[in-house]
Design a protein around this ligand. Sequence first.
Ligand SMILES: [Zn+2]
Length: 80
Amino acid sequence: MPKTRNKCNVCGKIYPEGQGITLVVSDEVVTLHSRRCAVKFLKAIIDGLGPDVSREVVKKVKKEFEEIVSKQALKTSKKI
Ligand SMILES: [Zn+2]
């Protein structure tokens, strides 16, 4: 079976499938070879959305992660 190779959408680096980070948004597939490129890409998305839209999305996502973190904190404290 031939190995599928992905091309990083940020820096153009070719890397084997299974490595790196793949983002799928509807029918758009974004392939990113490293976390550094992923962060770069995500920052560009935030900039592209414009401050009004991105502010709302950022607030929502922050809240979602806060809930996950607080649930994890609860689990950890139960163990101790
Ligand atoms: Zn890259």
